[in-house]
Design a protein around this ligand. Structure first.
Ligand code: FES
Length: 176
């Protein structure tokens, strides 16, 4: 099959490659005027809308921005914010940096993994929860700290963790 020429793909994404994620990718590219210098913002916009950057979108983005696939792939894989598979509907981040580690965050993370039955960076089978390590949330005074969908929780005890995760799994909200 003949590859689309670069000039044509600068305007519209080629019809033959349309996939469910194309509309989101096109919106992000248009929003940042297809500027190669806006690659990170474009990837963030795609990540925000799709909860990941589809690997198949990398060559499309590279083509439209006139960058190499390696350049785009390198950025996607360098920044932990960008995921190649969709994040869960809720994202739990447990701080693993020094202050939190000193007061038991590794144990909290182990409990979370066991309760959710996933590993670090994993997502539950129902797509409800993704568990991620994070390295300092700026809440060291209230260690150990964690976030759920960006909301910060401090001085988290194992019981509090279990309650929060249980409520999240049962009801999709942290309100027990
Ligand atoms: S080390 Fe955990 S919030 Fe700073």
């Amino acid at each position: 099959m003949k590859a689309p020429d670069r000039q044509r793909s600068k305007g519209m994404l080629p019809v033959m490659t349309l996939a469910p994620w194309h509309a989101a990718v096109e919106r992000a590219l248009v929003r940042y005027e297809k500027r190669p210098s806006a690659l990170i913002q474009i990837l963030h916009a795609i990540q925000d809308e799709l909860r990941h950057v589809p690997p198949d979108a990398v060559p499309v983005i590279a083509n439209v921005l006139n960058l190499s696939r390696a350049e785009v792939h390198g950025v996607v894989t360098f920044y932990h914010d960008f995921k190649s598979t969709p994040l869960g509907r809720h994202v739990v981040r447990i701080c693993r940096a020094e202050s939190c580690q000193a007061v038991g965050s590794d144990m909290l993370a182990a409990r979370a993994r066991a309760q959710l039955r996933i590993g670090d960076h994993g997502t539950t089978a129902d797509g409800a929860v993704t568990l991620e390590p994070v390295y300092c949330l700026g809440n060291c005074a209230l260690s150990p700290a964690m976030t759920i969908d960006g909301e910060i929780y401090g001085r988290v005890t194992p019981e509090r963790l279990e309650s929060l995760l249980g409520a999240l799994s049962r009801t999709g909200t942290v309100q027990p």
